[in-house]
Design a binder for this molecule. Structure first.
Ligand code: BDR
Ligand code: CA
Length: 307
């Protein structure tokens, strides 16, 4: 059985890794991508998403998402982490195709209706598009099978501020809408687990050797990404944040979860922190531990299937 999946993404280096993983995974039926700001602007995210699909020879829809957070003013893209254009030092390129003439939130609503009870939505960027889908369609959450989010942190601290993980930080109001409306359907794959999954330069060398074209692209991006990790954390490797969430969609057995009520802080002091809420809120499944070696092995094995 394959998993029907839409990835909501801000590509972004680890987003590219996640999307190529989904392209290679025989147990994933990728139905399209929706785009969002975060690592890059939304326009750049759309361009990069189209480019990744074309590189992987996948003719799939891309729907462009919101240009800015629900309430906060727009953020500068994270060029120091993902490069000026989103893929490290790989220069921008214009894709052949173009995005749908339909907004990301409306595309998500339509696809969730069409694949009622079967669609997993996997946001690996800020949650603005998902919040808009929740607000526009009272049945959206019900229609989704699951929402598997890369974002947040329960006990691991933040990576963009002492309290917050970057995706939640970039639109805390949207995240709060989603956690409030969809608690029971959410698996949060946050820093509690993604920081435990580390890929070193030799892993990307091996990927490039077996998959010269797409693996070669990831290798080139990873050099920039790992330089950032070296500077901020003195680590000769990078975390597989976004691929971990995609892998959790099909291999939940590799993750240990804890079910807790969660809310998102919009207090300027702790903005974007994912915190325990009172019991009135439904419980979210939070990934707290992971078989990191197994996740990494799956990632390396499947990427090697690509050209
Ligand atoms: C998340 O933030 C972005 O930089 C990454 O692409 C990932 O989605 C990690 O905190
Ligand atoms: Ca991302």
């Amino acid at each position: 059985m394959t998993t029907k999946l839409i990835i909501d993404t801000d590509p972004g280096i680890d987003d590219a890794m996640a999307i190529f993983y989904a392209a290679a995974a025989p147990d994933i039926e990728l139905l399209g991508l929706t785009t969002i700001f975060g690592n890059v602007t939304t326009k750049m995210a759309t361009r990069n998403a189209l480019r990744l699909l074309e590189a992987a020879d996948l003719d799939l829809p891309v729907a462009e998402g919101a240009g800015q957070p629900l309430v906060l003013p727009p953020f500068e893209p994270s060029a120091h982490v993902h490069g000026e254009e989103g893929f490290g030092d790989i220069p921008a390129a214009t894709p052949k195709g173009q995005a749908l003439d339909e907004e990301a939130a409306d595309f998500l609503i339509r696809m969730a209706r069409l694949h009622k009870g079967e669609l997993i939505v996997c946001p690996i960027g800020p949650l603005t598009n998902i919040a808009l889908a929740v607000q526009r369609d009272p049945d959206f959450v019900k229609n989704c099978k699951q929402i598997v989010i890369m974002g947040g942190s329960l006990e691991a601290g933040g990576n963009i501020s002492p309290h917050a993980e970057a995706n939640i930080y970039h639109d805390p109001h949207a995240a709060e809408v989603v956690f409030a409306a969809a608690a029971g359907k959410i698996t949060m794959v946050g820093l509690d687990v993604t920081l435990k999954i580390l890929c070193v330069p030799e892993d990307f060398d091996a990927i490039k050797e077996r998959s010269p074209e797409l693996g070669g692209m990831l290798k080139q991006m990873s050099v920039f990404y790992i330089k950032f990790y070296q500077e901020v954390a003195n680590l000769n490797g990078c975390s597989l944040h976004d691929p971990a969430a995609v892998i959790a969609c099909t291999h939940p057995d590799l993750f240990q979860t804890r079910a807790v009520p969660l809310r998102v802080s919009v207090d300027p002091e702790t903005s974007g922190a994912t915190e325990l809420a009172d019991d009135a809120r439904g419980k979210t499944n939070v990934a707290m531990d992971v078989d990191a070696e197994a996740v990494k092995a799956l990632f390396l094995k499947r990427l090697s299937l690509l050209p």
